[in-house]
Design a binder for this molecule. Structure first.
Ligand code: DC
Length: 224
């Protein structure tokens, strides 16, 4: 039986994961966060002292690494690196940068492809990332490009970090977002772009609740 898939792509901080998770729950699909896979490999490179942007340094690591994704009793996606649960450890700014750098290597993208496609072959999924609609699942039943202005994304990310008790200033967060956008959009391998047939959902200036309603309506219209 063919499973259903919904591809959600967009830049960092657009609210993709929050909204993809809520959408998956609404539809009874599995939420697959593909950024977590790149993050896990990025963490592995950092731990091994390899430069995440260097193919020469990363290549030998691919034969050694064991990355596993599993859904815990809480229904959440957990990432395992060599058997260790790294679900929390992959959420640091250092790992964000490492993931963005390592994901620019074409051989790394190819290496992580099967894992992502297997998830969609065996489950109904809402999958989010940067190249889901363009490369990983070009035949997805619905494709969404979810975005917001860099300033809006930085504002949300800044508020999240402050709430978590971290001391960062808004300008640093904005600069980080702009640098990551630039790397993810201008890389040669599977750059971030709106897939053919993807619906654009721009959440600039609207609340998360409103954004979700807009997303849900767009997906329902596409699936109908
Ligand atoms: O979605 P995220 O911020 O957790 O992703 C971390 C990095 O991984 C992001 O900067 C780009 C990369 N990535 C990618 O290249 N392709 C994907 N499908 C998902 C993430």
């Amino acid at each position: 039986m063919k499973h259903k898939s919904i591809a959600i792509d967009g830049p960092s901080g657009a609210g993709k994961s929050t909204m993809a998770k809520a959408l998956a729950q609404e539809l009874g699909f599995l939420y697959v966060d593909t950024g977590a896979i790149y993050r896990t490999l990025g963490l592995f490179a950092l731990r091994r002292g390899a430069a995440p942007g260097s193919w020469t340094e990363v290549e030998p690591l691919l034969a050694q690494v064991s990355i596993r994704m599993a859904y815990a009793a809480d229904g959440l996606q957990h990432m395992y690196l060599d058997g260790e649960d790294v679900t929390r450890a992959i959420r640091t700014p250092e790992v964000s940068t490492a993931a963005s750098q390592i994901s620019a290597i074409p051989q790394v993208r190819a290496f992580l492809m099967d894992m992502q496609r297997d998830m969609a072959d065996n489950n109904d999924v809402v999958m989010d990332g940067r190249d889901i609609g363009t490369v990983v699942l070009p035949d997805a039943d619905a494709k969404i490009f979810l975005t917001a202005s860099a300033e809006d994304r930085a504002k949300r990310r800044h508020a999240e970090l402050i709430e978590r008790g971290e001391t960062v200033d808004y300008d640093t967060v904005l600069a980080d977002i702009i640098a990551r956008d630039d790397r993810d959009t201008n890389r040669a391998a599977a750059p971030l772009r709106q897939a053919a047939g993807a619906a654009l959902v721009d959440t600039t200036g609207i609340s998360l609740e409103e954004s979700f309603r807009l997303l849900l309506r767009t997906v329902q219209e596409t699936l109908a």
